[in-house]
Design a protein around this ligand. Structure first.
Ligand code: ADP
Ligand code: MG
Length: 732
């Protein structure tokens, strides 16, 4: 026993005695006490026993019962994060094991493994992995668990989300997005570093979760030591159990107080306005208790945030303070923590959240829920291959979950901004799993790289429509990621290294040919940040628009404008001041820089030289076209565009620099708007809009994708220009 700790010098690591220590100890003690009040706590032993007895366990428990934060800790405490001679992690932990795990906290995992190896003691530490569909949830839960354990985030407890790995050699509990675990299969197909995988929020049925089901089920057959926990907030767990060969279901009885549900008497024409009015009414007329409002996205949340701030200013001092806390995926980390801060006495908190607060995050103190009944979902038309984000009514199951959030700590009230008739007749019982309504190209590429070729017979819980699978194969073939036999090509193998959509990764791989990899990875990182580069304060819209248009000089298109922004910022040595002056979000830029650094590393991995070709923007645009040729559109006489392959009417998004040009010359817009464009994505709001648009020469389509476009597709261009005739597949 002694020998393990012998020679371990942990003096430097031990904090010296100082007054902060006692405060830290008190906080830790309080958190430890709080852990014992969670509904899951009384079931701790039973749960650990069940995990020991069964390889796969389905766990069901109401949101907030402690599944996500507690189960990985219980498993760690019970010894699942270490393996050693003679005492498999599933057996009762021995003293040596406990000692090993404590030493790991001081030494770090690898260092300890190495020490033990030196002493001929075979003991390695295992990871407990827990997947989350949303990155905010992975980060926030990891932060909470590290606090509860009194360790630094990123050390023993860490998280891993796309483009951000906050783990270290010491990490034994890892929260990650389901997409990240999927990618880990590429480097470690048997997940050998893990002793337990907890697929959390299984009811969400995201695409990655559904694929993970098939993969973990498969490896559990030959890795008998791997424990699988499938946890979900909904009660219909039978389906999960059936899928995992009748795995037992462990139910954690929730504590739930009654929730009073109110419907509107007539449908609301404007749910944003209705939500604001409802929040204010609750604030003015109802007893203390926080409010949770479910909205569809960042823009909506920001709008309501602003209006609420404005309206509460006029309420006078008699009314309590209303603290507004937004929460959505792109919210900066510092602000995310704000939603969990206790509301000060006499004030009321209103949390404006996306679906993330439905089951992923539990906010204590919520007494009132406002549910407009919508969420944003990705929808995909397998016939046309077109994907679009749109606002959709939620399911009945979602509505029940949302209402439940108000009854966690006492009786609650839920205000639904739709009628009881709507609820009964217009809402589906359950949401359609993502796998049945999304583009599968990315997943198909990942599976192919894992050597899973027979996709039709993959063990799907709910198979995707065969049309969608076919479309994905077609798309990957067109991108030259697969050959005509459906096998991965060299290009495809390189593409799979990038954690990006195939069209983006293809554009990067193609940049080698056009000698502009530097530019293309800058553009890819800016596109990956999302639509939060520019900001446009209400009172300074003209200034902001002018600043933005500076990057569009020469009508270069949105992709090149993003490149200009990135390069200009780099020239100022990444100046924050410069961002302020140009109405650019510093945070988004820093994120773009981080992403770019990672893409640079991946370029090296796939052996693409970093080359710059700034003097030839057409080369950059051709690389973009190599990835995005599916997304081409042609101007119509009406001023609208038509997509070239599956004709559909689309418009340039108002935020595009090209749209700006058309507004300033509204009368002659047809002359100003480019005849042919390529776009990054479609979004459906009032119209079907193309976001991030760049002008294109139609002959490029034939040159770059001769197997996808024929002369007739770009015919009217052919009348004026001589086009090279496509001969088979373009050389890559
Ligand atoms: P479940 O996964 O069953 O929904 P959780 O483990 O997420 O439950 O939550 C258990 C408790 O931990 C809840 O009371 C919740 O409020 C609290 N909690 C979770 N994350 C945080 C956080 N980041 N900050 C403060 N409290 C948190
Ligand atoms: Mg949870």
């Amino acid at each position: 026993k002694e020998s393990i700790m012998d020679g371990v010098n942990y003096e430097d690591e031990m904090p010296s005695e100082n007054p902060d220590d006692s405060i830290a100890k008190t906080v830790l003690h309080k958190l430890q006490e709080e852990r014992k009040t969670l509904p899951i706590y009384p079931y701790r032993e039973q749960l650990l026993q069940a995990v020991q007895d069964h390889q796969v366990l389905v766990i069901v428990g109401e949101t907030g019962s402690g599944k996500t934060t507690q189960i990985p800790q219980y498993l760690h405490e019970a010894g699942y994060t270490k393996r050693g001679q003679g005492f498999g992690h599933a057996s009762t932990p021995t003293a040596a094991c406990i000692l090993a795990s404590n030493a790991a906290l001081v030494l770090g995992r690898k260092a300890l493994e190495w020490r033990l190896l030196e002493m001929n003691i075979e003991c390695q530490l295992f990871l407990v992995g827990c997947t989350q569909p949303r990155r905010v949830a992975a980060m926030s839960v990891a932060a909470r668990v590290s606090q509860e354990m009194g360790v630094k985030l990123g050390h023993e407890v860490g998280y891993s989300i796309r483009f951000e790995d906050c783990t270290s050699e010491k990490t034994i509990m890892k929260y990650m997005t389901d997409g990240m675990l999927l990618r880990e299969f590429l480097s470690e197909p048997d997940l050998a570093s893990y002793s337990v995988i907890m697929v959390d929020e299984a009811h969400e049925r995201t695409l990655s979760t559904d694929i993970l089901f098939g993969l973990v089920k498969d490896i559990s057959r030959f890795r008998k030591d791997l424990k699988l926990l499938i946890s979900s907030a909904t009660l219909d767990a039978e389906k999960f159990s059936d899928y995992f060969d009748s795995a037992p279901i462990f139910k954690i009885p929730g504590r739930r107080y009654p929730v009073e549900i109110h419907f509107t008497t007539a449908p609301e024409a404007d749910y944003i306005d209705a939500a604001i009015v409802t929040v204010l009414q609750i604030h003015v007329t109802q007893p203390p208790g926080d409010i949770l409002v479910f909205l569809t996205g960042q823009e909506e949340i920001e709008t309501i945030d602003e209006i609420l701030k404005h309206r509460t200013r006029g309420l006078g001092t008699k009314i309590a303070e209303l603290i507004i806390c937004p929460i959505y995926a792109n919210l900066p980390t510092e602000l995310q923590a704000k939603i969990f801060e206790p509301t000060p006495e006499g004030a009321r908190k209103v949390v404006l959240a996306t679906n993330i607060a439905e089951t992923s995050l539990t906010i204590d103190g919520i007494k009132y829920v406002v549910d407009p009944g919508f969420c944003k979902i990705k929808s995909f038309n397998p016939r046309t291959g077109m994907e679009s984000l749109l606002v959709n009514p939620i399911s009945k199951a979602s509505a029940m979950q949302r209402a439940g959030r108000s009854g966690r700590t006492g009786p609650g009230k839920c205000f639904r901004l739709y009628t009881a008739y709507n609820f009964q007749n217009d809402l589906d019982d359950n949401a359609v799993p993502e796998i049945q309504r999304t583009n599968l190209a990315n997943v198909v590429l990942t599976l192919k790289s894992l050597g899973i070729n027979d996709l039709v017979n993959f063990d799907f819980m709910d198979p995707p429509p065969s049309e969608a699978l076919l479309k994905a194969l077609e798309q990957l073939y067109a991108l030259n990621a697969l050959n005509s036999r459906g096998e991965l090509t060299k290009t495809g193998r390189r593409m799979a290294e990038f954690p990006l959509d195939p069209m983006l990764s293809k554009m990067i791989v193609a940049s080698e040919k056009y000698k502009c990899s530097e530019e293309v990875i800058s553009i890819s990182s800016m596109l990956s940040v999302g639509n939060s580069i520019f900001y446009r304060p209400k009172d300074k819209q003209v200034h902001a628009d002018n600043a933005r248009m500076n990057f569009h000089t020469g009508n270069v298109g949105d992709h090149i404008a993003l490149l200009n922004v990135y390069n200009s910022w780099k020239e100022t040595n990444y100046s924050t001041q410069w961002c302020y002056e140009n109405y650019i979000q510093v945070r988004s830029m820093k994120r773009a820089r981080d992403i770019r650094d990672q893409l640079e590393g991946l370029l090296e991995r796939v052996e693409i030289e970093p080359t710059s070709n700034l003097s030839d923007l057409d080369a950059v645009k051709k690389a973009i076209t190599s990835g995005f040729f599916h997304h081409s559109a042609k101007l119509q006489k009406t001023g609208a565009y038509k997509t070239v392959k599956n004709p559909q009417t689309v418009y340039i998004h108002p935020s595009s620099g090209l749209a700006e040009a058309s507004f300033s010359f509204i009368t002659i817009f047809c002359c100003v708007l480019p005849r042919w464009v390529i776009y990054h994505e479609l979004v459906l709001t009032t119209k079907e809009y193309m976001r991030q648009v760049t002008e294109l020469k139609p002959e490029w389509l034939i040159e770059i994708a001769p197997h996808f476009y024929q002369l007739k597709d770009v015919e009217d261009a052919a009348a004026t220009k001589k086009l090279p005739r496509g001969k088979g597949r373009a050389a890559e």
